[in-house]
Design a protein around this ligand. Structure first.
Ligand SMILES: [Zn+2]
Length: 201
C-alpha cells in the first residue's frame, strides 16, 4: 500500500473529484492540487457555488430540466413557442440544442432511454409526464431528438406508438446525426442542420 502523502480531507476531495465524468484518479489529483493552489480564487468560490447549487437546484416538474426555479426558465419563457416540444434524453442534450440556438421551443427531458437489458422500462423515464403534457392539448409538434443509438431509436418508437392516437405531429432528427452519435458531442452547425431537416415519423 502506498504511503499517505496528504491528509484525509484532501484525500476525500480527490476521491470525490475522481467520480466526476471526464476525470479519473490522475486528473482528480491534478484538479485537487490546482484548486488548493488557487485557494482564494477557485477553491473558495467553487465550494460556495456548490453549496448554493446543492440548496437551490430543482428538477422542473413540467419538462425535467435542471434549474433553481420550478417551472424552469425554459418552461416559463413566454417568448418561446411552447406548442412545440423537443424531446431529449438528458439535460445535457437540452443545453446542447440551446447552444446551437436553432429552435425557440419548449423541451421534455426523458432522463435516459429504454434499455431492457439494464432494467430501464418506460416507468423509469419521464414518459408519463410527456403523455400528460400532450393530453392537456395545445401541443402542435413533438420533435424527438434522442441519440442515434439502438436504445435511443427504440425509445423514439415507443413514444411515437404511445402518442400517435393523441393527434400530435411527431417529427424526428434526420440528417447530420451520425449513427451511434450523442447529441452533446455534435457541433452546433450539425445540430441545427439535423433539426431543420427533421422528418415526420
Ligand atoms: Zn421546465
Amino acid at each position: 500500500m502506498a504511503k499517505r502523502v496528504t491528509g484525509p480531507e484532501i484525500e476525500k476531495l480527490i476521491q470525490l473529484l475522481a467520480k466526476v465524468p471526464g476525470l479519473g484518479p490522475r486528473s482528480a489529483r491534478r484538479a485537487a492540487l490546482h484548486l488548493i493552489k488557487k485557494k482564494e480564487q477557485l477553491l473558495g468560490p467553487l465550494g460556495h457555488a456548490m453549496d448554493e447549487a446543492y440548496h437551490k437546484v430543482k428538477i422542473c416538474s413540467c419538462c425535467g430540466n435542471v434549474d433553481t426555479i420550478d417551472p424552469c426558465t425554459v418552461c416559463s419563457d413566454v417568448q418561446r413557442d411552447q406548442a412545440v416540444i423537443i424531446v431529449v434524453e438528458d439535460v445535457s442534450d437540452l443545453w446542447a440544442l440551446e447552444r446551437a440556438g436553432a429552435m425557440n421551443t419548449a423541451y421534455h427531458v426523458l432522463g435516459g432511454t429504454l434499455s431492457p437489458l439494464d432494467g430501464v422500462g418506460p416507468e423509469d423515464l419521464n414518459i408519463k409526464g410527456l403523455i400528460d403534457r400532450v393530453s392537456v392539448g395545445g401541443i402542435r409538434e413533438l420533435i424527438i431528438a434522442v441519440n442515434a443509438t439502438v436504445e435511443g431509436q427504440a425509445t423514439a418508437h415507443y413514444i411515437t406508438d404511445r402518442l400517435t392516437d393523441l393527434g400530435v405531429k411527431i417529427t424526428r432528427l434526420a440528417h447530420g446525426v451520425p449513427v451511434g452519435g450523442e447529441l452533446d458531442y455534435l457541433d452546433e452547425g450539425t445540430l441545427t442542420a439535423a433539426l431543420r431537416a427533421r422528418t415526420a415519423i
